[in-house]
Ligand binder design. Structure first.
Ligand code: 5AD
Ligand code: SF4
Length: 452
């Protein structure tokens, strides 16, 4: 028997969907009368919301568990530990056996967390990695208080089975939430303080409902919610980029000019081995169609270097694709074999030093393009949504429509939508001022001081 926990702390790793899930688990436990602790060391219950996508994820979880126990032990504590997220799904009972944690709960079962915690408090380790047909969303409490930019999961799971990826195994098959439930949650988020909503899904642009409506229909409906100024969505698959969604980028004002569209490699041969079901030219043609309706759109992508069999010529194709696209930002990773995926059994692995060197070259190109994109924004006037306070007194941090971080100095508040002239750029952020309100040179000096 353990004392039922009164305080909790959720630590989320990995993707934005995990951030969303972490928020929903926190809301669940708050609705049970528990209080959030800002520090894991002060919590009776620590939830590790884990990620399994790359690199030794499982080992990291075990060492985190050890660290939590050791730190808590020093002050005489013995917190209950719950493992959630994709490592929980992949490892299941093994975590209970190996680390003696109290609760293991998969991404499709976390609505049961309070019951599992109660079972653990009664003395039996509790495990739920089911993927039930009935969705967890109907069992979660209403959204009450959120920041100006909120996440909303509309779709989960993946049917694409890229050969390197664990997601189809940990998150299950593609499932779309119903239209009305999403619209209701969006309205609740706006009532709770959101001015921007990012629609989330592992393949968000595969969202479809029973009446055949697609993501663009959903976006057009959300666009009519009073008070909702900005809509974004992520992550998209090139094959699900319907013309209706492309068209929405041309005429839905609240749909922000930003598209995260992972390509993974610029080599059609490697894309085939990855089972990506699109080639290099399909991807480039698709981006041409998007740019035709929204020429200023900021493009973002994901890349994997060192996939088994990747030759120098394949990698050169990736670099030339990057040059052709001119990404505003991008994520790039070294290939990491994931247990249970088809690529994990491929034999022509790439040596670690070759992978390191390719990643460096790719990141140099991507960094150069990101800086160029930011520099090209200087002189533009745009809206910035103020999201948090900056490091200096009077400094604020917000986002441009193109998802760039913008530093502002002035009399603002979190949630303000400010008209800003962009005045300076670095690779990772911009500085801006409210036209005629501040001496611009002064702000640029401050920006440079802050970002060196
Ligand atoms: N190795 C390296 N990167 C991976 N990703 C997914 N699986 C792997 C893997 N096994 C990357 C892809 C994906 C992003 C979320 O993580 O680029 O788009
Ligand atoms: Fe993984 Fe590919 Fe599905 Fe993306 S599309 S989640 S990379 S299997």
């Amino acid at each position: 028997m353990k004392t039922p926990p009164k305080t909790f702390h959720v630590k989320s790793f990995g993707c934005q969907m995990n951030v969303y899930d972490g928020e929903r688990m926190a809301e669940l436990m708050t609705a049970q009368g528990m209080t959030a602790a800002a520090d894991a060391n002060d919590a009776d219950l620590v939830v590790l919301n884990t990620c399994h996508i790359r690199e030794k994820a499982t080992e990291k979880v075990y060492s985190d568990i050890g660290r939590i126990r050791k730190t808590a032990g020093k002050s005489g504590g013995d917190p209950m530990i719950a493992i959630a997220g994709c490592v929980a799904q992949a490892e299941g009972e093994e975590i209970v056996r190996r680390a003696k944690v109290d609760v293991v709960v998969g991404p499709q079962a976390y609505h049961n967390l309070p019951a599992l915690v109660a079972q653990a408090a009664a003395g039996t380790a509790a495990l739920d990695t089911d993927m039930p047909l009935a969705s967890k969303f109907g069992h979660l409490p209403a959204r009450r208080r959120v920041g100006p930019s909120a996440f909303l999961t509309v779709q989960e799971g993946c049917d694409k089975f890229c050969t390197y990826c664990v997601v189809p195994y940990t998150r299950g098959a593609e499932v779309s939430r119903p239209f009305a439930a999403i619209v209701d949650e969006a309205k609740a988020l706006v009532d709770a303080g959101a001015r921007e909503i990012t629609l989330l899904g592992q393949n968000v642009n595969a969202w479809v409902d029973a009446d055949g409506r697609g993501l663009h229909d959903l976006i057009r409906t959300l666009d009519r919610i009073p008070g909702l100024a900005r809509i974004r969505y992520t992550t998209s698959h090139p094959n699900d980029m319907a013309q209706g969604l492309i068209d929405a980028h041309g005429d839905v004002e609240s749909l922000m000019p930003f598209l995260h569209l992972p390509v993974q490699s610029g080599s059609t041969r490697i894309l085939k081995a990855m089972n990506r079901s699109h080639g290099r030219d399909d991807y480039l043609r698709l981006l041409d169609r998007v740019r035709a309706v929204r020429p200023d759109i900021a493009l973002s992508g994901d890349f994997i270097v060192g996939f088994p069999g990747e030759t120098e010529a394949d990698f050169a194709d990736t670099l030339s694709l990057v040059d052709a696209v001119g990404y505003a930002q991008a994520f790039s990773f070294k290939y990491s074999p994931r247990p249970g995926t088809p690529a994990a059994t491929m034999t022509d692995e790439i040596a670690a030093d070759v992978m390191d060197e390719r990643l460096q070259r790719l990141q140099a190109s991507l960094g150069r393009d990101q800086r160029a994109f930011n520099e090209a924004s200087v002189g533009r006037t745009c809206h910035v949504l103020v999201e948090r306070v900056g490091k200096l007194p009077g400094q604020w941090l917000g986002k441009s429509p193109w998802l760039q971080s913008v530093h502002l100095i002035g009399d603002h508040a979190i949630g303000d939508m400010v008209t800003v002239e962009l005045t300076g750029a670095t690779q990772s952020s911009l500085s801006g001022c409210v036209p005629h309100a501040q001496p611009r040179e002064m702000l640029n000096v401050l920006h440079n001081v802050l970002t060196v």
